[in-house]
Design a protein around this ligand. Structure first.
Ligand SMILES: O=C(O)CCC(=O)C(=O)O
Length: 278
């Protein structure tokens, strides 16, 4: 599934790009399904924005209870000062999360495949469990920045054992907000932990050093490519100011051999399952 050279690169850099891992038709099917979910969704009074700015982050009930639901979060730039949508909802969604892989048959079929099971086994993650999925729109013109972070800040296990899978459903380039990552940054410690305490959350800073942003490299990819991210590799994406969207689908996979503490923000009423359903 992975060559020794690819595994070496993954261990060295903390990320690995696999060209054409997913069939392009499957990418299009996922985009079409996301479009249907958005079309069927009635926003009502719910206006939760997804932001990675810790000063502005609002972890409301809609977010906190989305671990085993399919919920919709807005781009910051899609709401006016009174919280009204300034564009049609299909151009306003920042992301959909966080249990598409469990609750929607099209996303489940994409997420649970023997190929992904074999890939994650090759990475050495024992008893993988699909903890979180997100459909990220990165809308044209207003697609929000995702600040530099490590995924293990937001999902942690003891011992730490987590892999992120980032599927490009459209080409991701410099101009429409591709991912950037710091090669080798996964070997420089965990900088912060996002902790849930009942209905509140906080960011515990473990290491206050700023990110070495000069070390970030762009990961430009094509539709169908997969970026594998070690839970500790620092990564980010800039705002999308281009007229093109940049849709992606992500899965965060933890090891069933590790403990999943309830200090994680993401909670579920039923246990997470593996790639082959069990
Ligand atoms: O898709 C992006 O722009 C960033 C996603 C990301 O960093 C994440 O989900 O952890």
């Amino acid at each position: 599934m992975l060559t020794p050279a690819q595994l070496d690169r993954y261990r060295r850099d903390g990320f690995l790009v696999l060209d054409g891992f997913v069939d392009r038709a499957a990418c299009d099917a996922l985009r079409a399904r996301a479009g249907e979910l958005i079309a069927a969704w009635e926003p009502g009074d719910q206006r939760t924005v997804f932001t990675t700015d810790e000063q502005a982050r609002k972890t409301d009930d809609y977010f906190l209870d989305s671990g085993d639901e399919i919920r919709f979060f807005f781009e910051e730039g899609a709401l006016d000062g009174d919280g009204r949508l300034t564009c049609p909802k299909e151009r306003a969604i920042n992301k959909i999360g966080h249990a598409l892989h469990d609750l929607d048959p099209v996303f489940e079929a994409f997420s649970r495949t023997p190929a992904l099971a074999a890939l994650v086994e090759a990475l050495g993650l024992a008893e993988p469990q699909l903890m979180q999925s997100m459909y990220i729109c990165k809308q044209p013109l207003i697609g929000g920045e995702v600040r530099c972070h490590q995924d293990s800040t937001y999902l942690h296990t003891e011992p730490e054992a987590m892999v992120g899978l980032w599927f490009a459903l459209e080409d991701a380039r410099l101009d429409n907000g591709c991912l950037w990552a710091i090669p080798g940054g996964h070997r420089d410690g965990l900088r912060a932990r996002f902790v849930r305490d009942g209905r509140t959350t906080r960011l515990d800073v473990l290491d206050p050093r700023p990110w070495d942003e000069a070390a970030l490299v762009p990961l430009e990819v094509h539709r169908g490519d997969l970026i594998i991210l070690d839970g500790r590799v620092p990564h980010m994406s800039h705002m999308n100011r281009s007229p093109a969207s940049r849709h992606a689908y992500t899965l965060h996979v933890v090891s069933g051999r590790s403990v999943y503490p309830d200090t994680n923000w993401l909670r579920r009423r039923s246990p997470a399952r593996g790639f082959l359903g069990g």
